[in-house]
Design a binder for this molecule. Structure first.
Ligand code: URA
Length: 246
């Protein structure tokens, strides 16, 4: 099928439409060995060979979905007992897909579902410190001193304290509401951090991962494909964007 070159580049995650226009104009894109000149030129996305900054862009090489995980399903590809996050996808779409990272059975919120193993690995790598933000309801009062403690690191029974985390108190009462941003992914980390200050998480929802945000219109159990721009921003966070070469 014939598509505009700038759309193809943006859909494969190279950059925003404005950015890819710049990349094309800078002469870093070739189509079948010839340097492309115009963003509006048409290419056959299934048969033409398009290279950008020396890397070949394949026709729909990977699939990326943002999924709103509901409570009550496990973050796994298959499970003998529980419904899994993959059960929300039709069989025809499931081939090769897996969830990136893990949310507990009772946790809701943003999960990236893809077949791109490399991006998944990079997003989960402890060295990349990809921030993840959670909204939570806490049984117990959360105070400013907890904000300071979380900023310094909390003892959750590991060899080291947790990495500095940003705690925002939305409401402090017998039941509190908070947002917490962490850059690690230790087992039950958020729940253990609140246990460490003598409180308990009673509701937990991930609302962002890196640059990906869970929008309110995406209801629990629903998913949608990432836009080219979202993919580009996510890749930039893992150091895989091409924009710095422009
Ligand atoms: N931290 C938790 O305790 N549970 C989750 O599901 C995610 C982060």
């Amino acid at each position: 099928m014939a598509v505009r070159l700038d759309k193809f580049l943006s859909d494969t995650g190279v950059g925003t439409r404005t950015e890819v226009k710049k990349i094309i104009k800078s002469g870093q894109v070739t189509v079948n060995g010839r340097t492309a000149q115009k963003p509006e030129e048409k290419i056959d996305e299934q048969n033409d060979r398009v290279f950008c900054c020396g890397r070949e862009l394949r026709y729909v090489p990977f699939t990326y979905y943002i999924f709103h995980k509901p409570a009550g399903c496990v973050t796994a590809v298959s499970d003998a007992v529980h419904k899994t996050v993959m059960d929300y996808f039709p069989q025809s779409k499931r081939e090769g897909l897996f969830p990136v990272g893990r949310l507990d059975l009772d946790t809701e919120g943003l999960l990236l579902i893809t077949n791109d193993g490399q991006l998944a690995h990079e997003l989960l790598s402890p060295n990349r410190h990809i921030p993840k933000t959670y909204y939570a309801k806490i049984s117990g009062k959360v105070t400013d001193s907890d904000v300071n403690l979380f900023a310094e690191g909390v003892d959750i029974g590991e060899k080291r304290l947790t990495a500095p985390a940003l705690l925002k108190i939305l409401q402090s009462d017998n039941e509190s509401e908070i947002e917490l941003t962490i850059t690690e992914g230790k087992f039950h980390q958020v729940k253990r951090m609140f246990q460490a200050i003598g409180t308990e998480v009673v509701y937990l929802k991930r609302i962002s991962m890196g640059s990906l945000l869970l929008e309110e219109s995406l209801l629990p159990g629903e998913y949608r494909a990432l836009t080219g721009e979202e993919l580009f921003r996510l890749r930039r966070q893992t150091g895989r964007s091409m924009e710095e070469k422009v």
